[in-house]
Design a binder for this molecule. Structure first.
Ligand code: G1P
Length: 295
């Protein structure tokens, strides 16, 4: 059964970013830069690359810098135009990819990822949607490639898609973990999920395939979220609503082909800085040479 086209993405950005203090005391964690762009812009560009046209930020009163980043800045643009800085003017104007519309709703209380996604429910109604967690950045040849394949699979089959990757067994308690009946799954492959558990104890996890933070979901999940009681950490978990969804519809694990970087974590962010620095179109060569000389 075919699914409807997926054109909307929900980006939960209300989190306080305590893992990254003191940087995140006055600056939203999503506005921390990787080389010269804030993390959130990479995630918005990934969504746009996959074919997303509408983005709903689920945000918090303290994080208006994120909305401002994608808005017009008349003063800056007027000044750059007056000085004839055309290249910089283009950069300032194109923070929001062409053809993408961004709206924001507030998550007034920190009740978990499932609660954050449900805050966008009135704006997606029964339509399918993607969810991108902006702590995680994907390193891809073409941004949005993996998410686009997930969207195509959903549109062709109607099966919701959850991006997964293998993690070390002693790390599984940090993630949502999928049960695919023990069958092997390689990059670029998908398999139906029979169970999903949020942050299972290391010795009770159904596999080492962890939920990465990219989802393409049937709109029915919104009604399930309304009935989802608090789970791991006392929070309303998206994972729990998806575990309920897979009892009534097919939900597949998609083994990503990209590499993931957890930029909500200081070490993950440092690694991402090196990776994106080395591949930066203007700075990559010089930075790579400098890195070589360091060891
Ligand atoms: C969230 C999800 C979890 C997923 C993880 C990926 O957890 O609840 O299922 O594996 O993101 O980063 P959080 O990192 O918010 O605790």
């Amino acid at each position: 059964m075919a699914g409807k086209p997926v054109r909307t993405a929900i980006l939960p950005v209300a989190g306080l970013g305590t893992r990254f203090l003191p940087a995140t005391k006055a600056v939203p964690k999503e506005m921390i830069t990787l080389v010269d762009k804030p993390l959130i812009q990479y995630v918005v560009e990934e969504a746009a690359g996959a074919g997303i046209e509408r983005i709903i930020l689920v945000t918090h009163a303290s994080k208006s810098a994120i909305e401002n980043h994608f808005d017009k800045n008349y003063e800056l643009e007027t000044e750059l135009a007056r000085r004839g800085k055309d290249a910089l003017l283009e950069v300032a104007r194109n923070t929001c990819p062409p053809g993408v519309h961004i709206a924001a709703v507030r998550q007034a209380e920190a009740k978990g990822l499932g609660h954050a996604v449900a805050c966008a429910a009135p704006f997606v109604q029964d339509e399918p949607f993607a969810v991108l967690l902006p702590d995680v950045l994907l390193r891809e040849e073409t941004p949005g490639d993996d998410l686009r394949v997930m969207m195509e699979r959903f549109e062709a089959t109607g099966a919701s898609q959850i991006m997964v990757e293998p993690v070390l067994q002693d790390q599984v308690d940090k993630y949502g973990v999928v049960d695919i009946g023990g069958r092997p799954l390689g990059p670029g492959e998908a398999a139906p999920i029979s169970r999903l558990v949020e942050k299972p104890p290391v010795d009770a996890a159904p596999s080492n395939l962890a939920v990465v933070g990219r989802y393409v979901l049937d709109g029915a999940v919104m009604a399930l979220l309304e009935q989802t009681p608090p789970g791991a950490g006392g929070e309303i978990q998206l994972t729990d609503a998806l575990d309920a969804l897979l009892r009534q519809a097919t939900v597949e694990a998609w083994h990503m082909r990209a590499r993931s970087f957890d930029c909500g974590d200081k070490l993950g962010y440092l690694k991402a800085t090196v990776e994106w620095g080395r591949h930066h179109p203007q700075l990559g060569e010089a930075f790579g040479q400098w890195l070589e000389q360091q060891h």
